[in-house]
Write a protein that binds this ligand. Structure first.
Ligand code: CP
Length: 317
């Protein structure tokens, strides 16, 4: 595997889940693969889970790991060609990327949507420059339009907790005080559309996601109706995708918060969220603390999704 940016990079999804579950059972059984190999993780944005789980995954595989926080201690990077660099950005990304590549064997990159220009965000300008210029296998640790390590961990978690062969999985929008990118819901939809699940997306009008990710998923604008009979409820906020509102907050309707009352409409569903989560905006204290909440198990599986992807990259070196 040379790149990991979306579900297609995993190939046969059932085989990938099986491999991940084998990795989980024997996470130190592949240490030989990473001997004398270095993982570089580059963060343009903050992280708790991705940083720790990916570093742990690299260590499980016997790798040396390095972390670079671009906005804390590194030179500020210019990302556009043709710019006269007379401002506060001291280094161009076109030199920085191959230099980073020269110190490592595999690179993970986190670079969120900036909500300044939809085309720039949806062209994945930063991630794609790493893929083009680093000379190394590159995986997304959440880019502008996708978070495939999260979605892979989500799918592993659903596989572990499902009680029926084809569970009903509902992705529901929920309110949030700040504008958030569409990366997590995009990747979740990307994965659920490939998985053997009954997938429904619910959100207020105006929050339609990119059709490239939604594909054939059912859209239900009535959240209560969508939640009926759900086996998994995946809550997430995202800002508007469609023009002219790209990146804007259109609603903070608290009737979309996932509460005990909302969960009572489901088939005793498991509650999921990628974290970090704003309590009593996205989900009530009662729901996230209930036995139905599997957010901690879901976060723990981030180590497994990352290790499976890095393992495949090491095998291809
Ligand atoms: N879910 C997730 O990616 O968490 P972090 O932003 O803390 O890495």
């Amino acid at each position: 595997m040379r790149t990991y940016t979306n579900v297609k990079d995993l190939g046969d999804l059932n085989a990938a889940i099986k491999e991940a579950l084998e990795v989980k059972k024997n996470r130190f059984g592949y240490k030989h693969l990473g001997e004398n190999k270095t993982l570089l993780m580059v963060f343009f944005n903050s992280s708790l889970r991705t940083r720790l789980s990916t570093q742990k995954a690299g260590m499980n595989l016997g790798m040396n790991t390095m972390v670079l926080d671009i906005n804390q201690g590194a030179w500020k990077l210019e990302t556009e060609r043709g710019v006269i660099m007379d401002g506060d950005k001291s280094e161009h990304i076109l030199e920085a990327i191959p230099v980073m590549g020269s110190y490592c064997d595999i690179i993970g990159v986190r670079a969120f949507a900036q909500f300044e220009n939809k085309e720039d965000d949806y062209q994945e300008k930063i991630l794609n420059q790493f893929i083009k210029y680093s000379g190394r296998p590159v995986f997304s640790m959440e880019a502008a339009t996708g978070h495939p390590l999260q979605a892979f961990a989500d799918l592993i978690t659903i596989e572990e907790y499902k009680k029926t062969a084809r569970p009903k999985v509902v992705l529901t929008w929920a309110p949030h005080p700040k504008a958030l990118p569409q990366a997590v819901p995009n990747s979740f939809a990307d994965f659920m559309n490939e998985a053997d699940v009954d997938f429904v997306i619910t959100h207020p009008k105006g929050y339609e996601l990119d059709s490239k990710f939604v594909r054939g998923a059912k859209i239900e604008y009535n959240q209560d109706k969508a939640l009926e009979g759900a086996d998994f409820v995946y809550a997430k906020n995202w800002a508007a995708y469609t023009d002219p509102n790209y990146g804007k907050i259109l609603s903070k309707d608290m009737s979309w918060t996932v509460t005990t009352e909302k969960m009572s409409l489901t088939n005793n569903a498991c509650f999921m969220h990628c974290l970090p989560v704003r309590r009593n905006m996205i989900v009530s204290d009662d729901v996230i603390e209930s036995p139905q909440s599997i957010v901690i198990q879901e976060a723990a599986n981030r180590e497994i999704s990352a290790q499976t992807v890095i393992k495949r990259m090491l095998e291809s070196l």
